[in-house]
Design a protein around this ligand. Sequence first.
Ligand SMILES: Cc1cc2nc3c(=O)[nH]c(=O)nc-3n(C[C@H](O)[C@H](O)[C@H](O)COP(=O)(O)OP(=O)(O)OC[C@H]3O[C@@H](n4cnc5c(N)ncnc54)[C@H](O)[C@@H]3O)c2cc1C
Length: 368
Amino acid sequence: MIKTEYYKDLTKMNTFGMKVKARCFMEYDSVADLVDIEFSELARPVLHIGGGSNLLFTDDFKGTVLHSKINFIEILDDNLCDTDPSPCSPDSSCHSERSEESFPPVLVSVGSGVVFDDFCDWAAKEGLWGVENLSYIPGEVGASAVQNIGAYGVEVKDVVHKVYCYDTLEEEFVSFGVDECGYGYRDSIFKKPEIRGRYVVTHVVFTLSRNPQPKLDYGHLKDAVDAAGGDLTPALIRKVIIKIRKEKLPEPSVVGSAGSFFKNPVVPMEQFIRIETEAKAEFGSDYKVPHYDLPDGMVKIPAAWMIEQCGWKGRRSGGAAVWEKQPLVIVNYTGEAYPEEIVGLERRIISSVKEKFGVELHPEVDHI
Ligand SMILES: Cc1cc2nc3c(=O)[nH]c(=O)nc-3n(C[C@H](O)[C@H](O)[C@H](O)COP(=O)(O)OP(=O)(O)OC[C@H]3O[C@@H](n4cnc5c(N)ncnc54)[C@H](O)[C@@H]3O)c2cc1C
């Protein structure tokens, strides 16, 4: 079924809570419905949204907004036991006789409209490893493959097997193996200006595993998991990560935001040394500027540190504010913020970081 609505209120369809309308909104339930849409006749521009958690609508949308409700999670290729070639469950008695590393990968096909965290929850309950570190990231499965979402040392590209799409230009189905997706930091070919919007993701096949493979190297995650106690399972890691995220980040249903607003800037080593020298002059010779050395000799500095150094942490500007627990996040503090207030705060942050550090911040959030 295709549901079409005109002048649709999008307030609840973007996690920033911007009160905007779409001239035309179309929601489809299946691949067959998607094919029935006459793309060449849609009011332009056309924007496919997921949960609207990486978007900042700056005005009413004058074209067509599409949304997928393709909702399924299906195991394609589960373990085949040595003795019995039919799929078996993780608690089958035969598994106890196998070495921990012996289970083959489990391919799982997931519809683009599935809430990504519902998929993480399902995987944890199935005892499948791979997406537990990505728990509680807002948004849907289709967008996860576009955005290459990441958290706690894992990116979705680590578990994507294939991305299945409908090519709206050639009107045919295509698939991209993980190596063809051009994945980078929160980036993929689907975001490149020349093909942006051309491919609608219909479903994604992920490679998960029944072999324990905890990834706990990021920050203090291992300490938090150890402190939680209990068997090391995807469900335990998921529980710990959800707790940490709830303590640090605004809950989209309570305070509007799009998560990290800015990308972390990458600067040449000489510029980093200059920034650190100035910080040492201010805070003492032992002070260290947080950073990550990149293989090409460049240095990545957390934008959150720069924003905090410029005194923005927790500051309000009209209905917008910088989140007090994570200065990388701009929030719709009052719930009534206008897009101009968010954009105004964004501009002031960019210009003060530029003035203090000589570094230009760029938004991670898509301005629509
Ligand atoms: C509180 C909070 C915390 C966050 N934390 C993280 C985090 O830890 N890590 C992280 O990576 N991100 C994080 N984000 C950002 C956001 O959750 C991700 O970018 C997410 O993937 C966006 O998913 P969405 O479904 O909301 O997509 P949308 O924001 O609706 O769209 C994102 C992009 O995907 C495209 N798109 C959506 N669906 C499809 C489809 N079916 N086919 C083709 N294109 C499509 C859109 O056109 C757009 O370009 C956070 C956001 C919030 C609000």
